[in-house]
Design a protein around this ligand. Structure first.
Ligand code: BG6
Length: 489
């Protein structure tokens, strides 16, 4: 009887809950609270840049249009066994043709900034040599559309779609010929687009595409190089970055800002004590020695060179100078805590803790939930490298994103993740971390590399059959954050 009663009242409650769910609260109507002072709990500084991010291969499609050459990801995704669901990004979100609709989606969020990437093989189909006359036309149209909608463009030059021709001719990033080709491409883009693009990210996530693409064989081009060659690849990419910084300064409009967008090895003190925070500083420097540190200090750390030993890359002092060219900012892609550390008496002064199996994560296993990463990482980066301007160039989460019978996606887990990370980011900024903007990954669901279409990161759900876009609940959440310039802690 009792059981029956509780079952019935549960059923009642459930239908009430369903009715309420069908009419979701209009979170976007929340107004700024005038009672909250400057950087009161949850508030971001005025002028803080709210944006979203995407990349060319993941959304554009149109891989054989207007003279685009092939990229290593075209080759790789077409080879069986590489992409979990057997898909390719030949069509992806068809953003190439639907960019106006997508710019309207950004506008609907109230976001004033958009980070996108330029497909190198559209501009130089062979990687080097003659530019494709139609290569930048699409980006011309995109930029005009963004600006007409009051959205500031932030362009990334390299989000992993290396022209296949460079892989074939030079072994891709295994050769400094590719670094030089990248500088020429950067110069060309700077010349043509910096009348409208004021901020350029050079390379996206060296920590991922070098290790996964050239070391583990997981990403394109699918190589498993031994350590010495892998370190050389990373060095060549750092050199490409430095050369591109110089090329952009030489060929872009005065005032164009340039820097990398890196998935920094995210170090977090497991317990907040002064000693552990110091250990996290040391770890940040040493565990990013192969790219960010050499870019920001113009030298490899002693620890890196000692550890690499005979496998250290070969380089000249001149190359280090180029690599160390001054950046205007750093972009940090922050998703998951990578290393929880404690202070250690033993050199180099930190120990790395193992993750328990039960550590929580979002729908991708690697995407562990550690909101304090958004507090510590910008703080540590600013301190360790004396950086004055940081953008969070990516942050976001994949979740299951079921479309309910009412046609909506209630991605409460993504909202939980975003709220928690933004709260910690706000705390860092309130304490002085120089973070000027935030680009949520991603505007819409897209081709998630080795996962194909099996992982969704978007604020907008994409039906990959019809290509229809629809806002998830998280789009309302983000719109509310942007409108109030605050996170609801
Ligand atoms: C970053 C990349 O690694 O995270 C994005 O810059 C990527 O391009 C995102 O889409 C999510 O990663 P993944 O591996 O789940 O697709």
């Amino acid at each position: 009887m009792l059981e029956d009663l509780s079952r019935r009242s549960f059923a009642k409650l459930a239908s009430l809950a369903a009715a309420i769910a069908a009419a979701p609260a209009r979170a976007e109507e929340a107004q700024p609270d005038p009672a909250r002072g400057h950087l009161a709990t949850g508030s971001f500084p005025s002028g803080f840049i709210w944006g979203t991010a995407t990349s060319a291969y993941q959304i554009e499609g149109a891989v054989a249009e207007d003279g685009r050459g092939r990229s290593i990801w075209d080759t790789f995704s077409h080879q069986p066994g590489h992409i979990a669901d057997g898909t390719t990004a030949d069509r992806a979100d068809d953003h190439y043709h639907r960019y106006k609709e997508d710019v309207a989606l950004i506008r609907e969020l109230g976001a004033k900034a958009y980070r996108f990437s330029i497909a190198w093989p559209r501009v130089f189909p062979e990687g080097v040599g003659a530019a494709n006359p139609k290569g930048l036309d699409f980006y011309d149209r995109l930029l005009d559309e963004l600006l007409a909608n009051g959205i500031e463009p932030y362009a990334t030059l390299y989000h992993w779609d290396l022209p296949q021709a460079l892989q074939d001719r030079f072994g891709g990033w295994q050769s400094t010929e590719t670094s030089k080709a990248f500088a020429d491409y950067a110069a060309y883009v700077a010349q043509r687009l910096t009348d409208r693009v004021k901020t350029i990210f050079t390379v996206n996530e060296v920590g991922r595409f070098v290790t996964f693409g050239y070391g583990l064989g997981i990403d394109a081009p699918g190589l498993k190089l031994p350590p010495k060659q892998l370190n050389q690849v990373r060095h060549n990419v750092a050199l490409a970055h430095g050369l591109a910084v110089q090329a952009i300064r030489a060929h872009g409009r005065a005032g164009t800002k340039v820097g990398p967008a890196e998935n920094i090895a995210a170090c977090v003190p497991a317990i907040d004590t002064r000693e552990n925070a110091r250990a996290a500083e040391i770890a940040t420097r040493e565990l990013n020695a192969g790219f960010l540190n050499v870019v920001l200090e113009g030298k490899y750390t002693d620890g890196f060179l000692a550890y690499a030993g005979a496998n250290a890359p070969t380089y000249t002092e001149d190359e280090l100078k180029i690599i160390g060219s001054k950046n205007d900012f750093i972009g940090l892609n922050i998703y998951a805590p990578q290393f929880y550390v404690l202070a250690s008496e033993r050199a180099p002064g930190f120990s790395i803790l193992p993750f328990p199996k039960s550590f929580p994560h979002m729908s991708a296993d690697w995407l562990r939930i550690g909101p304090e990463t958004a507090y510590w990482v910008p703080r540590l980066a600013a301190k360790v490298w004396n950086v004055e301007t940081i953008y969070i160039s990516e942050n976001g989460a994949s979740s299951a994103d079921e479309v309910r019978p009412d046609g909506k996606v209630y991605d409460l887990d993504r909202i939980m993740y975003l709220r928690a990370y933004l709260t910690q980011l706000q705390r860092a900024i309130a304490e002085g971390a120089p973070v000027r903007g935030y680009f949520l990954w991603s505007l819409m669901d897209n081709f998630e590399w080795i996962y194909g279409f099996g992982k969704r990161f978007g604020l907008y759900h994409v039906d990959f059959e019809t290509l229809g876009r629809r806002p998830k609940l998280s789009a309302s959440f983000y719109r509310n954050v942007i409108a109030r310039n605050a996170v609801d802690v």
